[in-house]
Design a protein around this ligand. Structure first.
Ligand code: ZN
Length: 803
């Protein structure tokens, strides 16, 4: 987060930097300066309550999980305050503590809290004790060395740093330490954590270099952290070290963006959190060093993400296997990964690109991500978190209180307090207004201070009133962002488009009169001599918009998404008859209306329309059920009323719905199995996979069992005459742990005895297709399938049909 760095620059230095370089030319630092969140006091009723809850709920519970899971104890043991072995599963657990300290430091500036400050003092004291004499800080190794090397995490090697480019996360932890240290120093003026960070950074600087240890960080973030230390201290060595850690990447894996030199990269690949942190670090260097090669690379990468790899919610990272980017246009909805951390990382990147270029398209993405995929990461109660943020659910997704790998909650803790820092920016004497949320702020420009009072109805109403109070009146440009969605653009680029053109236009008035302005780079430039109390009134159209995706996005074929203002909507189970969402269809031209429901989900604008459910018939067709009301709620607020069905993309073609199952023998059965799981009904839901590695529908599994027999059984609702069955197996080779089974057979209940059916030929075992078995007809009340799991792999079943 860039703003915290800026706060640390003395005012005279800011002026010096600004006057010594020409406008828009990089060199020294970002040409556009963010207005730190500490200068922005939110007065709205959407974000301000959330930021308060982050302070009163998220940060305290995050620290308490760090205590109860041993994350704090690791520092105590490493520091000699306690004894024992390293607690926890991951060597990067230290980083959570640092991230929450960063969040708490930001939070303290809005909500002074002596108790919290004292708690931080104690925690920092323990971190200091855990730091080795030469500056090394990594509790897992320090504790292991107390036990003769026993307990060293398998991801770390006996030599320091050696495995960092693989998985040790030594530099990852430190990156978060440096960010926390800069934030804590800024918040409290205390050097305690900063001194620990500098001692560590000096060791890293001593150990690493072109003629010393040449290992690149396996999980990027230290680059941004070092830039912050550079800004705090003015010491160039930290900047050079950040650049070293970027330039040394090559001949590694795509997973962590080390497959080529960073300056030669032009596509977003691999783990999406690592990626966005690295691209953000590159933006910092590009700004400070005026480095065109970095700039060119991240510009191309930004286009690749935005034009080909972004969800309509702003989420990125489509696949869980690599927690990252998939091929262009491969954007499945139910299995969408969209990690909360990746949304936050992409906001870091887009903010930085705005500070470099002053173009509104970056804030369009920032706003989209903020209101949708990032906000979805935390519950209304602020104590439950999503790691992935899918766009469709059968009910298998639910926010959790904490995770073994707790990167997402700790990222939320530090991101939320800083949100007001994205509203304004200053370029010399000119002012950028990027986001609309009510606040009172004081901006420092080269023409003196300017107080701004903003009253905005966002995100529900499109009216904004800005009162400007320059310390001394003078001529400058107020650059107020016209959101892309108010200019008929669903997203920068062509990945998503509004179905209809909205003819309603935005309006801008100054002191009650139509304003003179020019739209440049997505901003209305209002240039005039500004006097104290001048008033700007903006009105943005808040019509309900229907969106379709590029036809190459197969997952969104025949479907539309709904947006109003910056908010993307979804249909969720509690608002719709029977809780059924996945079989819903809404006509493309359906009329939609919105109204404010003040008692629902903290007060939201609801969208109401009509549609129909769909159902499969026994002859395999899809029929429409009677017309029904359909309610849509803001996507980010789903799953605050328990798990259930949800979808963002609403089909307008019945083939693209998930119809209710036909009343088949299997569908009418009760299912029993050697292992009962919540997903057991996926075997008779008539959802058919595309292939054996299709993650877009649910399946039933015996994971992690292998090398043994299991069974599953249908009890029919009345005895039936059957003579055919077919099954579809899951198989996630080469990487996964599941394969088609070694053997399977069917038995039917005859009286009290299970007898094998008389199959007409041998059982087949197929990947990417059905295995059918025809047998001599039997009349029975129950059919059982026995399955022999592979010696080394588990088995998973998509569907089991009986006729
Ligand atoms: Zn995460």
């Amino acid at each position: 987060m860039k703003f915290s760095g800026n706060v640390l620059l003395p005012a005279c230095l800011i002026i010096l930097v600004l006057s010594s370089c020409e406008k828009k030319q990089t060199g020294g630092d970002y040409p556009i300066k963010p207005v730190p969140f500490t200068e922005v006091k939110l007065t709205d009723d959407f974000w301000a309550p959330r930021i308060k809850k982050n302070a009163t709920v998220t940060i305290p519970i995050a620290f308490s999980y760090c205590e109860s899971t041993g994350r704090v104890r690791n520092f105590e043991i490493a520091g000699g305050l306690d004894t024992g072995r390293f607690v926890g599963s991951y060597p990067f657990d230290d980083s959570d503590v640092f991230k929450i300290i960063e969040g708490a430091s930001y939070s303290l500036q809005t909500f002074p809290d002596h108790q919290l400050e004292r708690y931080l003092d104690t925690l920092i004291y323990k971190i200091g004790l855990a730091q080795e004499d030469d500056g090394y800080l990594y509790t897992n190794r320090t504790i292991a060395e107390m036990h003769g090397g026993k307990g060293l995490h398998p991801w770390a090697s006996p030599e320091r740093w050696e495995l960092d480019s693989i998985l040790s996360h030594e530099l990852y932890n430190l990156g978060h330490l440096y960010e926390a240290a800069a934030a804590h120093f800024q918040a409290t003026g205390k050097r305690t954590l900063l001194d620990i960070a500098l001692k560590s950074a000096n060791l890293v600087n001593k150990d690493f270099g072109w003629d010393r240890v040449r290992v690149y960080p396996g999980h990027q973030v230290i680059e941004m952290g070092l830039v912050k230390l550079y800004r705090v201290t003015g010491e160039r060595k930290y900047l050079d070290l950040a650049k070293f850690f970027l330039d040394i990447r090559e001949n590694g894996s795509q997973y962590n963006q080390a497959h080529k030199k960073v300056t030669e990269q032009d596509e977003a690949v691999g783990h999406s959190v690592r990626a966005t942190y690295m691209y953000s670090g590159m933006a910092d260097i590009a700004a400070i060093e005026n480095d065109e090669s970095y700039l060119n690379a991240i510009t191309k990468i930004w286009e690749d993400i935005t034009f080909r790899k972004m969800y309509i919610t702003g989420g990125i990272g489509a696949t869980g296997g690599n927690e990252g980017f998939a091929e262009p246009y491969n954007l499945p909805n139910m299995s969408a990964y969209c990690e909360t951390c990746a949304s936050i990382g992409d906001i870091f990147l887009n903010h930085r690109l705005f500070l470099l270029h002053g173009e509104a398209k970056y804030i369009d993405i920032l706003e989209k991500t903020l209101y949708n995929s990032a906000l979805s990461g935390v519950s209304l109660s602020a104590d439950r978190f999503f790691y992935p943020n899918p766009l469709e659910s059968e009910g298998q997704h639910q926010r959790q209180a904490w995770f073994g790998c707790a990167c997402c909650p700790s990222n939320v803790a530090r991101f939320v307090p800083a949100i007001p820092g994205y509203i304004y920016a200053v370029d010399g004497k000119d002012i950028y207004i990027n986001l609309y949320m009510s606040n009172e702020s004081e901006l420092t420009t080269t023409n003196g201070k300017v107080r701004i009072i903003q009253e905005a109805g966002f995100p529900w109403e499109g009216d904004v009133e800005l009162s400007v109070f320059p310390e001394k009146s003078g001529k400058f440009i107020l650059k107020t962002r016209i959101p892309g969605w108010a200019l008929n653009e669903a997203i920068p680029g062509d990945l998503y488009k509004f179905i209809d053109k909205d003819t309603a236009a935005f309006t801008i008035k100054v002191n009650g009169e139509q304003a003179d302005y020019e739209v440049k780079n997505g901003y209305a430039f209002i240039e005039r001599r500004w006097e104290k109390g001048d008033k700007i009134e903006l009105q943005f159209p808040m019509n309900i918009r229907k969106i379709i995706a590029d036809e190459r996005v197969k997952a969104d074929d025949g479907k539309m998404a709904i947006q109003r203002g910056p908010v993307i909507y979804c249909a969720e189970w509690p608002d719709n008859p029977g809780g059924r969402i996945l079989n819903l269809l809404v006509n493309k031209d359906a009329e939609m209306t919105s109204f404010f429901a003040d008692s629902l989900l903290g007060g939201i604008e609801l969208i109401k329309t009509t549609g129909s459910g769909t159902r499969k018939t026994l002859d395999g067709k899809i029929e429409l059920l009677p017309e029904q009301q359909v309610i849509l709620i803001p996507y980010a607020l789903w799953n605050n009323r328990g798990p259930g069905q949800m979808k963002v993309w609403i089909p307008y073609k019945k083939e693209n719905t998930r119809p209710l199952p036909a009343p088949t023998i299997a569908f009418g059965s009760t299912i029993k199995a050697s292992r009962m799981t919540r997903d057991i009904t996926s075997i008779n839901d008539q959802a058919e996979p595309e292939n054996s590695n299709d993650h877009s529908i649910t399946y039933f599994h015996w994971w992690p069992d292998r090398d043994q027999w299991h069974w599953i059984q249908y009890d029919f609702n009345k005895p039936a005459r059957i003579s055919k069955a077919k099954v579809y197996w899951f198989d996630d080779r080469p990487d996964g742990g599941c394969r088609t089974p070694d053997e399977w057979e069917l038995l039917y209940l005859s009286g009290n005895i299970w007898k094998p059916v008389r199959a007409r030929k041998e059982y087949t075992i197929t990947k990417d297709g059905w295995d059918s078995v025809l047998f001599s007809p039997v009349v029975t009340s129950s059919l059982k399938m026995k399955v022999r799991l592979n010696k080394d792999f588990s088995a998973v079943l998509y569907e089991w049909i009986v006729e």
